[in-house]
Design a protein around this ligand. Structure first.
Ligand SMILES: C[S@@+](CC[C@H](N)C(=O)[O-])C[C@H]1O[C@@H](n2cnc3c(N)ncnc32)[C@H](O)[C@@H]1O
Length: 312
């Protein structure tokens, strides 16, 4: 943790440690975001968090497809493990908070002709059981991945965005994107001559085209399935306020935590593999000393048909 506390006492404390910590919380002097990341199973980590303490829970769980960080299991068992984690996430979710569960397909077995099972369809009922409300099913489109020969190559995954109640934090202005025709004006009626679009830009919509983190991506680490930080930043900026807390219970190398602290939010997360958590800490330290490279939000996707790929 990076924060320093001022307890305001020079002599031996008179209160029990618990009371001191409560006092300390209200006189926090270092406004740096809190980072708490641990190498542990997420149920253990989640159980250590207070009810309703997290404003945004953003994660991408294993898909049960035999990656090096997961043990393949039956789909029934996979779903029951997901159900246990989701139940704890709902408990720690703030009343005005959001859960964003990013998933692709579970593939029946490692073969080209295996049936695919879209995980958002299978997981949706586990969120509804808790009364959560689906706000968007965001399509994340990317252009790189396996080339299939017996079905179409997968080039999208989804983010299910749920809120706990109908009164939830959502700041659209913080994630607007440039309008296609920014100077377009009404040509008749009482507003004739005035701008017809929002000068702050347009709603980014629910199809997001963001490069996935492959070999030549500036954020690439050893992890095989990293979030691009810019993907998480959109969620952090729109669904939380400065000083709120963001949690990733399947944190990997900490991309969600980076997106949180980069924007003045507190970052919480865990991963079962210590090696990934070590990399996450390295990234946090690099961020703090100003050396971490992240792909900027809004940078156009590289287009080989344009000069310099369309980049300035
Ligand atoms: C799809 S990856 C997430 C990667 C992450 N979004 C990032 O940007 O690095 C899923 C992660 O979940 C971790 N994991 C699997 N089971 C877990 C568990 N029970 N508790 C905590 N982490 C777990 C894996 O080690 C893996 O790093």
């Amino acid at each position: 943790m990076s924060i320093k506390y001022r307890t305001g006492r020079k002599h031996k404390p008179l209160f029990a440690r618990e009371t001191q910590l409560q006092l300390a919380k209200v006189v926090r002097i270092n406004e740096d975001p809190v980072v708490r990341i641990e190498a542990t199973d997420n149920l253990t980590f989640l159980r250590s968090l207070h009810d309703e303490s997290m404003k945004l829970i953003i994660t991408s769980p294993p898909y049960n497809i035999g990656k090096n960080y997961e043990k393949p299991t039956s789909i029934e068992r996979y779903l029951s493990e997901q159900a246990a984690t989701i139940a704890e996430c709902v408990r720690v979710l703030h009343k005005k908070g959001s859960i964003c569960w990013q998933v692709g397909n579970h593939v029946g077995k490692e073969s080209e002709t295996a049936e695919i099972f879209p995980l958002d369809i299978l997981l949706y009922p586990l969120f509804k059981q808790h009364g959560l409300r689906l706000r968007n099913r965001i399509i994340w489109h990317f252009e790189h991945g396996l080339h299939c020969t017996n079905r179409l190559s997968g080039r999208h995954e989804t983010i299910m965005w749920f809120t706990k109640t109908d009164d939830y934090t959502f700041n659209l202005d913080s994630i607007r994107v440039p309008s296609k025709y920014p100077n377009k004006k009404y040509f008749k009626g009482p507003n004739a001559g005035k701008l017809s679009c929002n000068p702050l830009g347009k709603n980014p919509g629910d199809v997001w085209i963001i490069p996935n983190v492959k070999a030549n991506h500036v954020e690439k680490t050893e992890h095989p399935c990293q979030f691009p930080v810019e993907l998480v930043e959109r969620l952090v900026l729109s669904m939380t306020k400065k000083g709120d807390s963001v949690l990733d219970p399947y944190m990997g190398v900490g991309s969600s935590v980076i997106a949180a602290i980069k924007n003045g939010r507190n970052g919480y997360g865990c991963d079962i593999f210590k090696h990934y958590v070590d990399i996450a800490w390295d990234r946090v330290h690099q961020f703090r000393d100003g050396t971490l490279k992240t792909r900027p939000m809004g940078k156009p996707v590289y287009d080989p048909n344009l000069p310099n790929g369309g980049h300035k």
